[in-house]
Structure formats: C-alpha cells, structure tokens
Design a protein. Structure first.
Length: 396
C-alpha cells in the first residue's frame, strides 16, 4: 500500500455542469443534480457513468454521489472515475475536505475551481482506494437500505390509518351504520372532535435569549427547531440548551412521547418529530401529547399527518406563512370508540415503532461512518486492519 501527495486538480479535476431549465426537462429515469442534491429528472444524461457532484453556487461545496448516469446542472461541478481514481473513494475524499469553507475566497459567492484544485491531499493506490470505498460504501448502503425500510413501515402504518379512519374499513365495519356529521357520513358511535379533545397538552416551545451564554454554553438539553423535524423519531437536536435555560427562560420542556409539529413556514408546516427524552423546542413548534382516554401517540401522529395539507393551505394564506396554535387545536378530526383506537395502536404501532428502532440503528451507523471517514481517507487507519462486521454490530 502506497500513498502520494498531490492536489485535487491533479487527482480529480472538476468539470462544469450544464444548464437544463425546468421547462426543458422531460420526466424520466435520469436524476438531475443541483448543488443541493437531486432537483428533478430527465430522459437524457449529461454524464453516462457514476460520478461525484460538487455544489458550485447555492449550496457551495456540498458533495453528492450518483451511482447511475446523471445530469449535473450549471450550478455544479462534477468528477468521474479514471484508471487511477476510484469514484466512490473520490466522493468520500471530497466530503472530508469540507469545500464549503472555500466559498468566501472570492468576491463572487460560489466555489472557485482554482481554489478547490489547489487543495493538497494524500491519496493511496487504486486498490487501497477501492478497499476504503468498499468499507465506507457498505455503511452508506446499510443506512440507505434502512431508510427505505423506514419509509415503507411509515407508509404501511399510514395506509392502516387511512383504511380505518378515512375509508372506514376497520375491523367490524361490515356491520356499521353510518350517520351524518360535519365531515360527512361516519360510523354510528364515532364523532367529530377538535384536535384539542384528543390531547392532554398542546404547548408551543420557546427560545432562550441568544445573548445569554449561560443558556447555551455546554448545553445538555435537546432544543429542536423545525428543521430538525423530519417525520421520524427525534434522536439528537442540532442545538442544545442548558438546564439553567430550562429553569430561567421562556422555553418549555416536553416529556417523552410528545409529538412536535412545525407551525411556521409552508411547506414545513405539519412536519413531525417524536420526542424520546425530555427535550425543548423553539416557538415554531407545538408539542402535543395524546390523551390516553381517547387517543394514543400512534393515533395522534397519523391524525396530524392527515391534517397536514389543510393546515398548509391555512399557512399559505397567512401573511407570515404559519398556522396558529388555536387553529391547530380547533382542527376537526374523526374520533373512534376506544376499542377501535386500541386496535389501531397495536396494528399500526408495530411497523411504526420498528421504524424507530431502524432510525436508531442508522444513527449509530452514521456515527461510525463519520468517525471512520477522515481516518481512512487520510491513511490514519489501515483499512486492511478493520473488522467491519464487528464495528457495525457494536454501532447498531
């Protein structure tokens, strides 16, 4: 195994992407990449092999990988493989370089190709590149497979909700008698309620003063922003606050099994996250707790998912594109008898909670990848000494 000093310009020179306006794209099987990732599809590719896409304007320095032919638009650079360059290793190397830091080197916002090309790197021989790419790639492949499984499990639970509470094909529906309601015919014994009737608590979050270091320095309490809400379990927030902030500021804490919902910024409105540990959130999110006498966490979650489109219509019609706590509380939902809610919680809760366990597994795998990446692409760790199976088992 040998490593040599070189530059990005010599090892993996950047090529310019090519403009492809939205009106010129014909929806097809080829991904169109912008600086922030996939931005659409087309029937033709500009690059007919796997490659790396680097943000030139917009999301400057962001790095993306395409395993299939693709079209990089003119806000990007791209790189392909060669006889001396493994393309997936190149992807991980460029990720390690954090090219975003070069965006301020020019008077014109963007990534200067000459500046990127001058970056000094040390790269190994092709065989070692491939071994490193195989290790990191296997972790990313596991993460992607889990992500797809999580999506399918969420969809499965959502389908159950719609079957039971929208189409009324719940266990025993064959014998149901329907009566009129403000939301149309519903089974007898069911009723239309406000969302607040399903909750024991609906509370907005709050933001401690940024000017007070004691509220933020070395924080240990998760403090979620709407950007952290991705319709999944909440494992770690992008920022944390201190216990002092919890005790002495306008923020509030939410206990486990609280559902956080974004209420600012269409189409962000309605995005959800499930709190697992005592946490806090900013004022752009509501914390909702299911009242166990009439609902459950799983039932409330999917009821909120069903309300997303109408809440976004309200938000888009507002001057600041948000929906108020009161409008959320007053939103009408169809409520079923407790035995139906309990059956649903079991039926939909199994796939839904399995998705949460997979999300935790992905967090461990992503942490392992992020730990290994800089050490492998710089040669700090010899890839031949790694027992990846043991590491994955420990991280999962």
């Amino acid at each position: 195994m040998s490593w040599k000093a070189t530059t990005i310009g010599d090892f993996a020179p950047f090529s310019y992407g090519k403009g492809l306006a939205k009106k010129e794209r014909r929806q097809g099987g080829i991904n169109v990449f912008g600086s922030n990732g996939t931005v659409g599809s087309h029937t033709q590719s500009l690059v007919d092999e796997p490659g790396v896409i680097v943000g030139r304007k917009g999301s400057v320095g962001e790095v993306h990988f395409s395993a299939a032919p693709f079209w990089p638009i003119d806000t990007t650079f791209f790189v392909v493989g060669s006889a001396e360059r493994d393309i997936r290793f190149t992807y991980y190397l460029l990720k390690h370089l954090t090219l975003q830091r070069l965006s301020g080197d020019s008077a014109v916002p963007g990534l200067n190709r000459d500046a990127a090309h001058s970056e000094e790197v040390v790269v190994p021989d092709l065989a070692t590149q491939r071994r490193i790419a195989a290790v990191l790639g296997s972790l990313d492949d596991l993460i992607e497979n889990n992500r797809r499984r999580i999506e399918l499990l969420e969809e499965m639970a959502q389908v159950i909700y719609r079957e039971w509470f929208v189409h009324f094909r719940y266990p025993g529906h064959e014998d149901a008698t329907f009566v009129d309601s403000p939301l149309g015919p519903i089974p007898e014994g069911w009723e239309v309620r406000s969302l607040s009737d399903l909750c024991s608590r609906i509370q907005a979050g709050g933001t401690p003063k940024r000017s007070e270091p004691a509220f933020w320095s070395d924080g240990t309490v998760d403090w979620y922003k709407t950007g952290d809400l991705t319709d999944s379990i909440l494992i770690r927030s992008s920022e944390q606050i201190t216990e002092h902030a919890v005790a002495s500021s306008s923020t509030r804490t939410f206990e486990p099994e609280t559902i956080l919902m974004a209420i600012y910024g269409a189409p962000t409105v309605g995005r959800l996250g499930l709190v697992e540990t005592t946490s806090s959130a900013n004022q752009a999110a509501l914390g909702l707790i299911a009242d166990p006498s009439v609902s459950s966490t799983a039932h409330l979650w999917f009821a909120l998912r069903e309300l997303r489109e109408p809440l976004n219509r309200i938000a888009q019609g507002a001057a600041q594109q948000n929906v108020s706590k009161q409008k959320v509380a007053d939103a009408q939902v169809i409520s079923a008898p407790s035995e139906v809610i309990n059956q649903f919680t079991v039926s939909a809760g199994v796939p839904w909670r399995l998705g949460h366990r997979l999300a935790h597994a992905n967090a461990g795998l992503a942490g392992l990848r992020d730990l290994l990446l800089p050490k492998l692409v710089t040669g700090e760790i010899d890839v031949s000494d790694l027992d990846l199976d043991a590491l994955v088992e420990a991280a999962s």
